[in-house]
Design a binder for this molecule. Structure first.
Ligand code: SAM
Length: 233
């Protein structure tokens, strides 16, 4: 087996395990886990581990969305809060934000387990937390520079019709030259996708896939790909 085939197989195993876990969740009607990962984690995955100041400087004047942001607006060391402090137009999008997150009993434990820091139940900038679904973004056409999505697409939402609706919506709001960054993802191969509409929706983008593995702990960095989808002009 070649290195890339081994990586594709390992990533596929991650997503088979996630699917089994989701079945258990659905069977017992557990709510979707909302985590609150740190800016350090997002920097490692989405910005090649660049220092905080470099990432914040590069994003000055840009509009950035974190779709499926979970509890991050409530976490002091999240990208949401770092961008708010730096005056960057950064929005967290998550349907759970629509009626104000009620921080549950286990939220602090989930945040600690996923590497996030101190929580603030009344965080500054919470008006930039938008309670809506990924396929219904309240932004004008071609008005967004970057979309991040961490632990939502492919891992929680893997229905191809739902993914198609989301990627079409992302394409609508993104400026030409803007990009979408997703982790974790399986290896995307148009040949293995079942839905023609999803394949077509992805054709609006140049797709870069980078395999991540070997970073500890495996629960935070499972074998998977980081996708960057650049909107072509
Ligand atoms: C596992 S959490 C990830 C949170 C955060 N991105 C992080 O990495 O810590 C996934 C989040 O996606 C949200 N979500 C589920 N379905 C969604 C949808 N259709 N559109 C946007 N967010 C959704 C859930 O409410 C949940 O908070």
């Amino acid at each position: 087996m070649t290195k890339s085939n081994r990586e594709i197989a390992l990533a596929a195993a991650t997503f088979r395990t996630a699917k089994r876990l989701r079945r258990v969740y659905n069977r017992f009607s557990f709510p979707v886990i909302s985590t609150g990962r740190s800016f350090a984690y997002y920097r490692k995955l989405f910005f090649d581990g660049q220092p905080e100041a470099a990432v914040l400087n590069a994003l000055q004047g840009k509009r950035v969305l974190d779709v499926g942001c979970g509890l991050t607006p409530y976490v002091d060391d999240s990208m949401f809060q770092a961008c708010y402090r730096a005056g960057i137009e950064f929005y967290g999008v998550d349907p759970k934000l629509s009626d104000g997150f009620k921080l549950g009993l286990f939220d602090r434990a989930k945040i600690r387990a996923t590497g996030g820091g101190k929580m603030n139940p009344h965080p500054p900038g919470i008006e930039r937390g938008i309670g809506t679904m990924a396929h219904e973004l309240p932004f004008d056409d071609a008005s967004v520079d970057m979309i991040l999505s961490c632990y939502l697409l492919f891992i929680w939402i893997d229905d191809e019709a739902a993914l198609e609706a989301i990627f079409r919506e992302f394409e609508r709001v993104l400026k030409p030259g803007g990009d979408i960054r997703v982790f974790p993802a399986p290896h995307i191969d148009p040949v293995t996708l079942q839905r023609e509409g999803l394949v077509q929706s992805l054709q609006a983008f140049a797709i870069e896939q980078q395999y991540f593995s070997g970073l500890a702990p495996v629960t935070r960095f499972p074998p998977a790909y980081r996708l960057i989808l650049g909107k072509t002009d």
